[in-house]
Design a protein around this ligand. Sequence first.
Ligand code: AN0
Ligand code: CP
Length: 313
Amino acid sequence: MKDVPNLMVLVQEALLLKKQPFAESQLGKNKTLGLLFFNSSLRTRLSTQKAAQNLGMNVIVMNVSQDGWALEMEDGTVMNGDKVEHVKEAAAVIGQYCDIIGIRSFASLTDRDKDYQEEVVHKFVQYAGVPILSLESATRHPLQSLADLVTIEELKTKDKPKVILTWAPHPKALPQAVPNSFAEWMNRSEDIDFVITHPEGYELAEEFVGNARVTYNQREAFEGADFIYAKNWSSYRDYGQILSKDLDWTVNAEKMGLTDNAKFMHCLPVRRNMIVTDEVIDSPNSVVIQEAGNRVCAAQAVLKHMLLNMLYA
Ligand code: AN0
Ligand code: CP
């Protein structure tokens, strides 16, 4: 987000590219985007590929943790264990093949300091020698948040909509990257009344909460809301821990009834009847598919800027 000079200009550019996806189909000609996945993905993988292809780029994709050599991240280690190759060489080599490198690397959820230092992304920035694009790192998922903002811009019916980020239950421990980024982007948007609601112990890091209103009372948060953005995350305080699986936090029709006919949003993949009931996600107010569709124009707007920056560097 800090690389974006003007959020609303970027959103408008994404909306323009949604209307005219091939308007810049020469911009990426003869440029190669490499997409590296240390973790699973459906939307990010396909939408970023499609966005790059719309710009005329070539794309190469690798599931690095499955198909690549196990990477050593620490400097100065005697590599007599499982790690076959150091990131210093691996990143530099991939940089020889690619003009831009996208990386998905989730939080470990074991060592908070390490995760929040964004080791993997920074090592690639340090050694690849080409621009790096986050496809969800340990602490952030910016391409998701941009698509979310585009979706809100498309659907809002008020100058200053009320947007709720609500925690919801999930059986596995998930990273804070999606809620962190969502909060970061919402806080930066002036014309959004932003509220975060979660059970006690699920406070996000202060730098992401910013000036958002935070309440433990989900029903109170939902009152008069225009957008309900649901997401599970594990605890930041008790790092990586699941403190609650309380289905009382599931987004259901009764709670949606407290809102001002709010749209339901989720980044997907979503666990039905844990995060949200079938009734809500299958209702006309659910915009999760449109939201996922907007991942293409969001990624395309970002790639367009990266290509332009390279052209004029
Ligand atoms: C991931 C997460 O919560 O960060 C990816 C979401 C886009 N979700 C899961 O692992 C289920
Ligand atoms: N929302 C999202 O990033 O989905 P994937 O994990 O499938 O890429």
